[in-house]
Design a protein. Structure first.
Length: 318
């Protein structure tokens, strides 16, 4: 039977201090390994623009989920889930706790909630065909097809939402008229901590981070990416890279690029906040001041609560 370690999840929006908190907790508790749940940090050669943890910090605390593929390779939430499920038993075998930290909600949910990510339920060609039909025939025609050919999925789909109707039809084409499996849960004790900021403070930090990334060499990193991979949509969907290329090509100045980068990141932060509002069981901490004292107390209480379970398991075995 595969053994999983206790899992501490640190969630939250961009620039709320998640990475710093994960490193601080690892410093205090020692036997910890960190899994980064960020859909852009999985790509190699994208260090500055994705705010990856430094090489020095990686040397102090083992990190997973970074630099897994090149920017021209596809990497899905299912790939992340598989990676995490491969790594977690290794962390358990070393007698350590896992901290999963990031702002990509689906990555966190897939592992921390055990949400099944069905293989074979996504196909770019099928989706493109359905999206073309949506434009040509309208939402009503696609909703009618869904109700006619996949009534189970139709009953669970918001038929006024074009994206959900297209996704349900795509699923029906690929795996039939069946709903996704329910979440299985995480197979060991887990604690979810979330960091949040007032909007004006988060916006200020986002702007400061954008400026710091350009000062650290984001333009040069973007140019190197283009030379090696072209203007690949996966690489350049990360915030700041298109703006950095525009600076390199003389189209805009750095100040304009920083403002555009920060503006796009602010919109993303709003979407993150909407996602995390739907996640149950997160212990939210205000991050305006140092969140470490509150987080440390939450983790201490959580770990103490696990000790009776470990003692009971030891008694049963011996």
């Amino acid at each position: 039977m595969t053994t999983f370690p206790p899992l501490l999840v640190i969630a939250g929006g961009t620039a709320t201090g998640k990475t710093g908190l994960s490193l601080a907790l690892a410093e205090v508790h020692g036997d910890v390994e960190i899994i980064c749940a960020d859909s852009r940090q999985v790509y190699r050669h994208m260090d500055i623009g994705t705010a990856k943890v430094s090489a020095a910090d990686r040397a102090r605390v083992p990190h997973h989920g970074l630099d897994l593929v090149d920017p021209d390779e596809l990497f899905t939430a299912a790939d992340f889930q598989r990676h995490a499920y491969d790594v977690l038993p290794v962390i358990a075998a070393r007698g350590r706790i896992a901290i999963m930290v990031g702002g990509t909600g689906l990555y966190l949910r897939s592992v921390g909630r055990g949400v099944p990510l069905d293989e074979g339920t996504a196909d770019a060609g099928v989706r493109a065909e359905l999206e073309a039909r949506l434009v040509a025939d309208g939402l009503h025609a696609l909703a009618d097809e869904l109700e006619r050919t996949a009534p189970t999925l139709a009953a669970a789909t918001h038929l006024a939402n074009p994206r959900r109707v297209v996704r349900a039809l795509e699923r029906a084409r690929l795996v039939g008229d069946r709903l996704p499996e329910p979440p299985r849960g995480y197979p060991a004790p887990s604690l979810w901590i979330g960091l949040r900021l007032p909007r004006d403070e988060q916006d200020r930090r986002i702007a400061a981070r954008a400026a710091a990334q350009f000062a650290a060499g984001l333009v040069e990193e973007a140019v190197a990416l283009r030379q090696r991979f072209g203007v690949h949509p996966r690489a350049f969907s990360a915030f700041g890279y298109f703006e950095a290329l525009a600076v390199a090509d003389g189209e805009i100045d750095a100040a304009t690029a920083i403002e555009r980068d920060a503006g796009r990141t602010r919109l993303y932060a709003r979407r993150q906040a909407s996602w995390f509002r739907t996640e149950p069981g997160i212990r939210w901490i205000g991050a305006e001041a140092d969140p470490r004292p509150v987080a440390l107390e939450l983790v201490r209480t959580w770990l103490e609560g696990m000790r009776p379970l470990a003692d009971a398991a030891g008694s049963a075995l011996g």
